[in-house]
Design a protein around this ligand. Structure first.
Ligand code: PXP
Length: 251
């Protein structure tokens, strides 16, 4: 299968606009307004994670995003019956399944598709039938990639959190090894017919080598962009990420 060199898509995760809103129990800042600004700034999609505990995005936000944005909505959730019912009602463009633990601050590690293969295969079947592109948020472990292909997922999103952490800690040799594993994972996933996405912990400083992986066609980026928006404004923060992604792709 030919490797695509298509423009890399940027999915903007707006969860932490809701985090800020919920910190004061007010109605602002409004995640839908952020999503519309992101769309205007060139985002190719909006990602929102409805967690079981509703710590940031809430059900009403998902409804507002589904009705209000003109670009694809990527509904991120745990593989629970409750979330499946919401996804089937919303029918977003994509459903990204992630592992979810109540006590974690953010999504730690990837989904264990290999260890839960039969259940996940039947879990995603109605989502596929409803026309959603189902994505598995996994590590670069070949077992997880192969299991994702076997169950009929359309997409894998490779978890870049460990690479991002190692890079931030200046552990460059280990970051490079992790990067190589991500590259190999992207190549394997692509060879199995999976669309390859990547995300978690990406910043202006660490995005370039990830954006340069030819098989990766979408990055999902949230926390850093929302933080940077405090200083630059959301539109300029996204435009700078877009510029760096395009540069990595070109060179
Ligand atoms: N992709 C997935 C599947 C995620 O769970 C997250 C975090 O919610 C992201 C991307 C974005 O990560 P970050 O907020 O660190 O950019």
């Amino acid at each position: 299968m030919a490797i695509t060199t298509a423009k890399l898509r940027l999915g903007v995760n707006i969860d932490h606009v809701a985090t800020l809103r919920n910190a004061r129990g007010s109605a602002w800042p409004d995640p839908l307004r952020a999503a519309l600004l992101a769309e205007a700034a060139g985002a190719d999609g909006i990602t929102a994670h409805l967690r079981e505990d509703r710590r940031h995005i809430r059900d009403a936000d998902m409804d507002a995003l589904r009705a209000g944005i003109g670009i694809p909505l990527n509904f991120e959730c745990g593989a629970t019956a409750e979330m499946q019912a919401i996804a089937l009602r919303l029918r977003p463009h994509a459903v990204c399944l992630v592992p979810e633990k109540r006590e974690e601050r953010t999504t730690e590690g990837g989904l264990d598709v290999a260890g839960d293969e039969a259940r996940l295969k039947s879990y995603i079947a109605p989502l596929r039938e409803a026309g959603c592109r189902v994505s598995m948020f996994i590590s670069h472990d070949p077992r997880q990639i192969e299991a994702s292909a076997r169950i009929g997922a359309a997409v894998v999103e490779l978890h870049t959190g460990l690479y991002s952490d190692l890079h931030a800690e200046g552990r460059e040799d280990e970051a490079e090894a992790e990067l190589n594993a991500l590259r190999a994972g992207a190549a394997l996933a692509h060879s199995l017919g999976l669309e390859v996405h990547a995300g978690h912990g990406l910043t202006y400083d660490n995005v370039t080598p990830i954006a340069a992986i030819a098989q990766v066609v979408e990055l999902n980026i949230g926390h850093f962009l929302i933080g940077e928006a405090v200083f630059l404004g959301l539109g300029p923060a996204i435009e700078e990420m877009r510029r760096l992604m395009d540069l990595a792709r070109a060179g």
